[in-house]
Design a protein. Structure first.
Length: 144
């Protein structure tokens, strides 16, 4: 499956968010599923899924699983199954978060979807962070 430029842009935004210390200034070991970004090893497989970004705090137990979803992928069955797996994985750690990069038009939708998934699966105490400023589509022309 080829990775769209929009998806790659979203993954870079997840990484930028982590590297800029937006999570209380914590520093992370970052693993990324996109090889040309040269960030650590591939993230660990979680229930058969590989997240786009997996970050472990340099100090402490906090982990963050980052996932980028394009407009057409936010509500897919595959994505919903990923959300469930990643949230359950996060619930095994004392301090963890699911970090999502989605188009700004889907922010409220994905927040509601994750809230329902957490309620239906009895998942508590997980931070859900959604980047709220991303365009629906990224054009390679923006880099030129």
């Amino acid at each position: 499956m080829s990775v769209s430029s929009t998806h790659t842009f979203y993954v870079k935004e997840l990484i930028k968010w982590l590297q800029q210390g937006n999570d209380g200034g914590l520093e992370y070991f970052i693993h990324c599923d996109i090889s040309n970004l040269n960030l650590g090893n591939q993230p660990p497989r979680i229930d058969g899924f590989i997240p786009d970004v997996y970050a472990k705090a340099r100090f402490g137990e906090r982990i963050i699983i980052g996932e980028a979803k394009t407009l057409m992928d936010v509500e897919s069955r595959h994505s919903k199954n990923q959300y469930i797996s990643y949230l359950k994985h996060c619930s095994c750690f004392a301090s963890s978060a699911l970090l999502l990069a989605v188009p700004w038009t889907m922010v409220n939708c994905v927040k509601g979807l994750l809230k329902a998934i957490m309620r239906n699966n009895n998942i508590k105490s997980i931070d859900v962070i959604v980047l709220e400023y991303l365009p629906e589509q990224f054009s390679d022309l923006w880099d030129k």
